[in-house]
Design a protein around this ligand. Structure first.
Ligand SMILES: NC(=O)c1ccc[n+]([C@@H]2O[C@H](COP(=O)([O-])OP(=O)(O)OC[C@H]3O[C@@H](n4cnc5c(N)ncnc54)[C@H](O)[C@@H]3O)[C@@H](O)[C@H]2O)c1
Length: 247
């Protein structure tokens, strides 16, 4: 198989399961070495061990500024550099919009917005020095159309992430770094496992491609944006939603 990312070094957050794990697998299959980051150290360690020498686990809460700085240093010590960052970790508590307590609001923004910001800030200097970098933020259709299946804080956090993508793309383009987002629709993962069947059935009925996404559908878009095929694309949000939203 032609390997699109031979010897590239990537960080994938939220890599213990779901979309992050599938992105990790695909990047590894295309020759990358991958630092798996997740707050859940147990499953993360077991997963990394099964993936072989090119994978290493880094149990970190992406909202923790000190831990994120140390993470990037540790990844450079282990793999020599950081060339690709996939900001995938996020939380999506389903709470009615008028019942969200301040602590829950703060936590959603800490993980979904501050976390990606801290990671981007931490990897940018190394990418600038080497003159090459790829940053890919996993956003959501929910950040474009106000839900309707997710919390108001989650939707707002994903809208923020897409604009942070555009902001940073302008800042670092001349250093050889591209910054893009991928915006999935409904993906078949633990995050959506408890969603009512009626929501999923309506999704399938309404959309041109009548199925939920699998994590691999999202991982393939990430692989494309991380590869040299996408070298002239930056500040973009790539919808991967089966045609649910065309904008
Ligand atoms: N599943 C969907 O339908 C869907 C749709 C649109 C966008 N997305 C986005 O895709 C990404 C992955 O979603 P998923 O469905 O695989 O979710 P998931 O809940 O299955 O996995 C998320 C992973 O992130 C980790 N994580 C959570 N908080 C963290 C923190 N503070 N620090 C480090 N790791 C943390 C979790 O432990 C988990 O392993 C998220 O950004 C999500 O918002 C998902």
């Amino acid at each position: 198989m032609f390997q699109m990312l031979r010897d590239r070094v990537a960080i994938v957050t939220g890599a213990a399961r779901g979309i992050g794990l599938e992105i990790t697998r695909l990047l590894l299959a295309h020759g990358a070495r991958v630092a798996l980051v997740d707050i859940h150290s147990g499953p993360l360690g077991q997963t990394a061990a099964l993936l072989g020498e090119a994978a290493a686990d880094f149990p970190v809460d992406v909202a923790d500024a000190g831990a994120v700085s140390q993470l990037v240093q540790d990844v450079v010590d282990r793999f020599g550099c950081v060339e690709i960052l996939i900001n995938n970790a996020a939380i999506n508590p389903i709470t009615p919009w008028d019942e969200i307590c301040p602590e829950e609001w703060e936590r959603v923004f800490a993980v979904n917005v501050r976390g990606p910001y801290l990671l981007m800030r931490a990897v940018a200097p190394a990418m600038q020095r080497q003159g090459w970098g790829r940053i890919i933020n996993i956003a959501s259709i929910a950040g474009k159309q106000g839900g309707p299946n997710s919390g108001i804080h989650y939707c707002a956090s994903k809208a923020a992430l897409m604009d942070m993508t555009r902001y940073l793309a302008r800042q670092v383009g001349r250093d050889g770094i591209t910054v893009n987002s991928v915006a999935p629709g409904i993906v078949d993962t633990d995050m959506t496992a408890s969603w009512p069947l009626v929501v999923k059935a309506a999704w399938n009925e309404r959309n041109p491609i009548p199925r939920l996404a699998q994590p691999l559908d999202i991982a393939r878009a990430v692989l494309f944006l991380a590869s040299d095929l996408a070298e002239y694309i930056t500040g973009e949000t790539l919808d991967v939603n089966g045609g649910a939203l065309m904008d």
